[in-house]
Design a protein around this ligand. Structure first.
Ligand code: GLC
Length: 427
């Protein structure tokens, strides 16, 4: 095993808590939803049983209505280095929330279907796989029941954190809708800024954070039920929807093997793919963008998320050529910045406003292989591995090729970085 792989293995080992993996020590001391999916893929190369247990533990936090929270606060009393805390979320206001485990009240991109396909192909324990399968299907049914927009097969998100790309420039105008005067009195007890270096430049600003909490408070007040027409954050996110469609495809495949009826997922998938271009594709820019349901406009900003539909094989033969053309530009950048430097709001060190994230690169890499774009796929894979080798197993990375000094930011020993580098190296 190379030195880098040893290091990645060690990160996963250290962050393993017996039944699940934390994303990063101190900064993220609980179980996060889509993190667990990516981590399970990496761990499957080392300890398959751990990967399966990771997903089983995640679904122990599933609500009775199928909803799957973005944080499971295991041992909430033992760790106080995260805000908003379990008590702030107070999931017990919902009659559907589990009684013996505190959780958040928003979700994250539904990666579990394609993760299960990966595990299903490796595991001989089909009974265990079937139990997880049924829970994932129930979660997808929740998404279509609560979040489907106008019978489009596409679902909405109700918080920027639900996208997983917390402070992306994509959400700036949507959040601006929440007037400053409404959030000024919201109290902050932020912990993240004490856990990372240079937090002024690398984490969301306080005003942004207050807006995030404003949304949490609103959702909490409605017991984490359906939102009203006036709720300010209602967006169709191409990343969330790509991941949902890819997971549907995986569930349909698994369903055939274990004799489950997947006709509902099939028709939802067909609808979603049919409507995908209508809402997300921008012909002028040859990119996919989110669609804001309140203003009924696309959010036209060039980010790594614009490429994620490649992961689910969504672009047509023409669209994929147009998309990959973008990679011919920007020689001074490591692919793929979470926001490109010529976009309004770009900040090279700030979280999802510029830095490179390994999970996004991993999805685009996988998608390019699907399209037979092996050369570009290899290029993205190699530059991702090199970046992590040079700067360490961080949460996110400076997008400039010539970045000096430390160019890895946020949490050190970050689990999904370790897990997906392992997968890229082993595949
Ligand atoms: C940050 C990321 C989010 C991730 C979480 C835990 O909030 O933006 O995507 O799930 O950290 O790693």
């Amino acid at each position: 095993m190379t030195k880098q792989l040893e290091q990645c293995k060690l990160v996963l080992e250290k962050n393993w808590k017996g039944k699940f993996t934390i994303p990063s020590p101190r900064l993220y001391p609980f179980q996060w939803n889509w993190d667990s999916g990516f981590i399970a893929i990496g761990n499957s190369h080392l300890k398959l049983d751990r990967s399966i247990l990771e997903i089983e533990t995640l679904f122990s936090g599933q609500w009775e209505n199928g909803f799957l929270p973005h944080i499971l606060f295991h041992n909430a009393d033992k760790y106080s280095s995260y805000f908003p805390s379990a008590d702030y979320w107070n999931s017990s206001v919902s009659p559907f929330a589990p009684e013996n485990l505190k959780t958040s009240g928003i979700t994250q991109p539904p990666v579990h279907g394609f993760v299960l396909e990966h595990l299903f192909n490796l595991s001989s324990d089909k009974e265990r796989m079937t139990k997880i399968f049924d829970k994932i299907v129930k979660y997808h049914e929740y998404l279509y029941d609560y979040r489907e927009f106008n019978d489009s097969g596409l679902v909405s998100i109700w918080h920027n954190w639900e996208s997983g790309m917390d402070n992306s420039v994509w959400w700036d105008d949507v959040l601006e809708r929440i007037d400053r005067s409404k959030v000024e009195n919201i109290e902050l007890f932020r912990k993240d800024i004490h856990e990372v270096e240079e937090s002024n430049n690398t984490r969301p600003k306080d005003l942004d954070y207050k807006r995030y909490l404003y949304l949490v408070n609103k959702l909490h007040d409605s017991k984490y039920e359906r939102v009203s027409d006036y709720y300010p954050f209602q967006v169709l996110d191409p990343v969330f929807n790509t991941i949902l469609l890819q997971s549907n495809k995986s569930l349909i495949k698994i369903g055939k093997e274990i004799n489950r009826d997947t006709s509902f997922l099939q028709s939802q998938t067909e609808k979603g793919i049919e409507n995908f271009s209508k809402y997300f594709w921008n012909e002028n820019d040859s990119l996919y963008y989110p669609f804001d349901l309140i203003s009924q406009n696309q959010i036209n900003k060039h980010c790594s998320g614009c490429y994620i539909p490649i992961f689910a094989g969504i672009p047509s033969a023409i669209q994929i050529e147009k998309l990959v053309n973008h990679f011919e530009k920007n020689d001074n950048l490591i692919p793929i910045p979470s926001c490109f430097p010529d976009q309004k709001g770009f900040e090279k060190k700030n979280y999802w406003r510029g830095p490179v994230w390994v999970n996004m690169n991993w999805m685009v890499w996988k998608g390019l292989l699907l399209y037979g774009k092996d050369r570009l796929a290899e290029k993205i894979k190699n530059s991702t591995i090199k970046m992590v080798d040079k700067y360490g197993v961080y949460e996110y990375f400076d997008p400039y090729l010539n970045a000096k000094q430390t160019a890895g930011y946020g949490g050190a020993n970050f689990s999904w970085t370790a897990a997906l580098i392992l997968d890229m190296e082993r595949s």
